[in-house]
Design a protein around this ligand. Structure first.
Ligand SMILES: CC(C)(COP(=O)(O)OP(=O)(O)OC[C@H]1O[C@@H](n2cnc3c(N)ncnc32)[C@H](O)[C@@H]1OP(=O)(O)O)[C@@H](O)C(=O)NCCC(=O)NCCS
Length: 175
């Protein structure tokens, strides 16, 4: 699967996924500040892109508009989803699901057999998205967020979910 691809799922949106660039960070911050109570600083994204050799960050664009992004670390056979967010105006359209499926597929292609993430217990939409893709709550990190603990969710059947995701992405992309 190539990194850059056109999606046919909603042809009118003209969706495309590509690697995140430093020049994307201002547009990412526009989404980040609305999506999270404790947003990352823009330098966090910049250092991930320039200093972290385990980092894999992607953006999803509708035409030329950046509408979603996600990042992960892949270290040998382990992957960790560090962030995933969709512009408020584009939620509920299946964009988050596509991007998660893309990240699962990429992680597996990079050698990961497992993916972990932290999520707010109060974040019902995200928990449902992850639970629908094989992630199970396996623990809790106390005081992870300034105002809330985090659930640790793990998918340790990444091979199975990558195959499912790949099948769906291929059908969406017409490959
Ligand atoms: C969580 C988030 C990424 C979902 O993106 P999205 O594009 O709106 O989600 P999708 O339309 O692809 O929906 C995928 C699944 O998410 C769940 N979901 C999405 N919106 C939901 C809602 N309002 N209520 C309950 N479940 C919801 C559902 O399981 C849905 O699948 P289904 O429709 O087959 O049931 C998005 O709401 C977001 O950016 N939130 C703010 C940032 C965030 O919380 N990121 C996660 C950090 S851990």
């Amino acid at each position: 699967m190539s990194t850059e691809m056109n999606m046919n799922v909603k042809p009118e949106l003209n969706l495309k996924i590509r690697h995140m660039r430093k020049s994307d960070v201002d547009n990412i911050m526009r989404i980040e500040k609305k999506a999270f109570n404790s947003p990352w600083h823009k330098d966090g994204f910049k250092s991930e892109l320039t200093l972290n050799r385990f980092a894999h960050y992607f953006v999803l664009c509708s035409g030329s508009r950046l509408i979603a992004y996600a990042g992960m670390w892949v270290i040998i056979d382990e992957s960790h989803l560090t962030t995933l967010a969709v512009d408020e105006s584009y939620r509920g359209l299946g964009v988050g699901k596509l991007l998660l499926e893309f990240m699962i597929t990429k992680a597996y292609q990079s050698g990961a057999v497992r993916m972990s993430l932290e999520v707010r217990p109060s974040n019902k939409s995200a928990r449902r998205l992850y639970a629908g893709h094989g992630f199970v709550v396996r623990g809790k990190r106390e005081n992870y967020y300034p105002d809330e603990d985090a659930f640790i969710m793990i998918n340790d059947e990444l091979d199975k979910w990558a195959k499912e995701s790949r099948r769906r992405l291929n059908s969406v992309f017409g490959k």
